[in-house]
Design a protein around this ligand. Structure first.
Ligand SMILES: NC(=O)c1ccc[n+]([C@@H]2O[C@H](COP(=O)([O-])OP(=O)(O)OC[C@H]3O[C@@H](n4cnc5c(N)ncnc54)[C@H](OP(=O)(O)O)[C@@H]3O)[C@@H](O)[C@H]2O)c1
Length: 284
């Protein structure tokens, strides 16, 4: 039985790879993207299984009407993928206000709009799956990437909470955490801030050359990553998180270990601030 998917940001990279692979295996895709012409070739090959809509995810009303239209026209959507996003790089001081707004509106508000619009439909149809494309940047942090981290940690907090909130309705969630991948993310999708000389010899300056990374230095194969996402949605429940890429595995496990060690080192001080009559068994 073919599934119906609704995916944002399908004009390139992971979204495009997901769309290609899903159509090839007989699934149906409702693609929301800013450059619909990018799927013209796929539309010719799959006129009855692909529907392309011109949607900028920063336009919340447009997202809601596209999602409502998807259910109205197709009757059912099985998997919703919040994929659209881009990277803003530079030290916090170097960033432009408009770029900051665009980063948050795309990566955070765009996902939020999609998920909020989809949840009532998923609930009413008795369940479904939400996949949030986050990043390894959603579980660790590095200098020069504060705004990108802000958005990906926001994605993670939202979907982590929704996992338990939506489980009673049969709605499952999965947070996908790719490492660096061979997509347009490092090219047209990357905004690099102007350079302030004060940061020239600081760790934040490392992001300035990101566009010049050689292909061979980027581990993630977009096709394999998309395949792993599709495989994960075949499980019930889906994994809470899906790490993709050896860089993601190394950096996230190191970050989680370090944060756990730091948290455990705080036990005595944490307990020392409890009130004397605190009773952990008292009713909430
Ligand atoms: N590649 C990596 O290294 C990497 C690593 C970790 C996580 N990720 C995440 O993976 C996701 C997909 O990125 P990718 O690697 O596949 O890069 P990509 O090839 O640049 O694809 C990004 C997609 O998002 C779309 N998009 C951006 N802003 C949008 C907006 N306002 N409205 C609608 N669509 C919008 C782009 O559309 P346009 O063609 O119109 O620009 C494009 O289709 C992103 O959320 C990214 O943060 C990527």
């Amino acid at each position: 039985m073919p599934s119906t998917w609704l995916i944002t940001g399908t004009s390139s990279g992971l979204g495009l790879e997901l769309t290609r692979q899903l159509l090839a295996r007989g699934d149906r895709v409702i693609a929301l993207q800013r450059r619909p012409e990018r799927l013209d070739r796929l539309l010719l090959d799959h006129p009855d299984a692909l529907w392309v809509h011109d949607v900028d995810v920063t336009d919340g009303l447009r997202v809601r009407s596209a999602v409502d239209g998807a259910w109205r026209d197709r009757g059912r959507v099985d998997v919703v993928v919040a994929n659209a996003g881009f990277g803003l790089f530079g030290a916090l001081e170097e960033l432009d206000d408009d770029d900051i707004r665009r980063q948050v509106e795309t990566n955070v508000m765009g996902s939020l709009a999609l998920i909020r619009a989809a949840v009532p439909h998923l609930r009413e149809q008795g369940g479904g799956k939400i996949v949030q494309i986050s990043s390894m940047a959603g579980q660790m942090a590095a200098p020069g990437m504060s705004l990108y981290h802000l958005t990906k940690w926001a994605n993670e907090g939202l979907v982590e909470a929704l996992r338990e909130e939506l489980a009673p309705f049969g709605i499952e969630t999965c947070i996908v955490e790719p490492g660096s991948a061979r997509t347009e993310f490092g090219g047209s999708s990357m905004t690099v801030a102007r350079s302030l000389p004060a940061y020239d010899d600081t760790p934040a300056a490392a992001v300035r050359g990101r566009r010049e990374r050689s292909r061979e230095s980027i581990p993630g194969d977009a096709g394999r990553m998309a395949g792993a996402v599709i495989d994960a949605t075949g499980h019930s429940p889906m994994p809470r998180r899906l790490l993709l890429g050896s860089d993601a595995y190394a950096l996230v496990t190191a970050s989680v270990r370090a944060r756990l060690a730091e948290a455990e080192a705080q036990e005595a001080i944490a307990r020392s601030t409890d009130a004397d009559d605190y009773d952990p068994t008292a009713p909430h």
